[in-house]
Ligand binder design. Sequence first.
Ligand SMILES: [Zn+2]
Length: 103
Amino acid sequence: MAENTRETIGVRLTGWAALNRDPLMDRVEFTCPQCGVKGDKAARRPRAAYHFTDGFVQDIEGESTTCRGCKAALKVVPVVMVHDNDEKRRFQAVFSLDPIAAN
Ligand SMILES: [Zn+2]
């Protein structure tokens, strides 16, 4: 069963990291691994679904969406909750080395 779904890591900004935005705009941001277009979607999963794993609060079940650039089916997993800029930098340092990101 070849299902053409690609995985990408999502970021959900909260707290200080989201200070500049409308608090009602609770979005999961991601980059399409196929075409590189950045996208975002409304965060569907409750915060209770997020758990502290590997130094970050993550939803390891993820969310499904479609790339608005190439229309690829995307599985955004994990979704990492980021609270401030330090955490954001740490996230970028950790996840750019993650083999999932290269798939
Ligand atoms: Zn795409």
